[in-house]
Design a protein around this ligand. Structure first.
Ligand code: GDP
Length: 329
């Protein structure tokens, strides 16, 4: 495989090359991993996209919003990529996100690129591949990268750690619905969008927006928030209403964070976070190896029978694991 050629074509923004490059980073084959690393390394380093994380439960209007919002940005001459982080796709046997047919107009628009979620066995794998896909889209010169998730398990945290700005999409609700949103998700949202603020739902949307505006005020202030943030806004993805306001807010927030140093600081912190995650994942996968399981079983039995103390056995295990890794490489 000619990685230099592929890197060049990705850098020129060729969508087919980008699709191929993403397939490469999604592969778990060791030779593909080597190629992927070389590819990522040879991408232009001076390009920065606005990475927007977007979460919301199924049915809230994510694909409708991405389509309307994406089309608006494309009409302004911006290049828009859409990626999905969907840890549920393995469980359900099919992806509920990133389905091209859901975003019909956008998938055909020049200047847009939509990539369905890879099916993976665990969130760690999805996270790495998504992160690398983001880097590829950035290297390909996209201006805006929308990273969508349904928020299953920890997927919101994963997406927030690869996004510059995080949007939470909610539907208008009555009564106690506020309780239904996990506090942790509120805490990572920069803007909460109350979607479907149209027709009969408009009054409920107005109430929901007021409720969340109040709830957000009670959260601890984060240093990376300018006055008035995080905030709640109303939109109608279906009627394409309020989308310009969302873009204006995103642009203002980006500008403020760049001017005040939070943009770069966040990206540095994210890089450090992913480095530590990679180390953790690698160590955990070593624990899953047959040799490690075997050693755990033997030493575990000795601990259980009282022949060895837990700490001595643990030390022995770690030494043996290191030796077995050393003899492999
Ligand atoms: P997703 O599962 O979060 O991607 O949600 P979809 O985008 O597929 O939307 C789910 C349903 O909500 C569809 O029937 C949409 O037509 C509808 N919907 C999405 N956005 C709006 C909106 O702004 N207003 C109204 N009234 N319906 C919407």
């Amino acid at each position: 495989m000619d990685i230099g050629d592929l890197a060049e074509r990705v850098a020129q923004g060729e969508r087919r090359a980008l699709a191929r490059a993403i397939t490469l980073v999604e592969s778990a084959r060791p030779d593909h991993r080597d190629h992927a690393a070389a590819l990522l390394d040879s991408l232009p380093k001076d390009r920065q996209a606005l990475r927007i994380g977007l979460s919301g439960t199924p049915g809230v209007g994510k694909s409708t919003f991405i389509e309307s919002f994406g089309m608006m940005l494309v009409a302004q001459g911006l290049k828009v990529a859409v990626l999905a982080v969907d840890p549920s796709s393995t469980r359900s046997g099919g992806s509920i996100l990133g389905d091209k047919t859901r975003m019909d107009r956008l998938s055909r628009a020049k200047g847009a690129f939509i990539r369905p979620s890879p099916s993976q066995t665990h969130l760690g794998g999805v996270a790495r591949r998504s992160r690398e896909a983001v880097a590829l889209c950035e290297g390909a010169g996209f201006d805006v990268i929308l990273i969508e998730t349904v928020g299953v398990g920890q997927s919101e945290t994963v997406v927030a750690q690869m996004a510059d700005i995080f949007l939470l999409l909610l539907a208008p609700a009555g009564g106690d619905e506020l309780q239904g949103v996990k506090r942790g998700i509120m805490e990572i949202a920069d803007i909460i969008l109350i979607n479907k603020a149209d027709g009969d739902l408009r009054a409920a949307a107005t109430r929901t927006c007021a409720d969340y505006t109040g709830a957000l005020r009670l959260l601890r202030k984060r240093p990376q928030d300018p006055p008035g943030y995080p905030k709640a806004m109303m939109v109608s993805a279906l009627q394409e209403a309020g989308l310009n306001d969302v873009w204006a807010e995103l642009s203002a927030l980006t500008e403020w964070r760049k001017t005040n140093g939070f943009w770069d600081a966040t990206r540095s912190e994210q890089a450090r976070y992913w480095f530590e995650q990679e180390v953790r994942n690698t160590l955990l996968s070593q624990l899953e190896s047959t040799a490690a399981r075997h050693m755990l079983a033997i030493l575990g039995a000795q601990v259980a029978s009282g022949d060895m103390t837990p700490s001595v056995a643990a030390e022995r295990f770690l030494t043996d694991l290191k030796n077995s890794n050393a003899s492999k490489s």
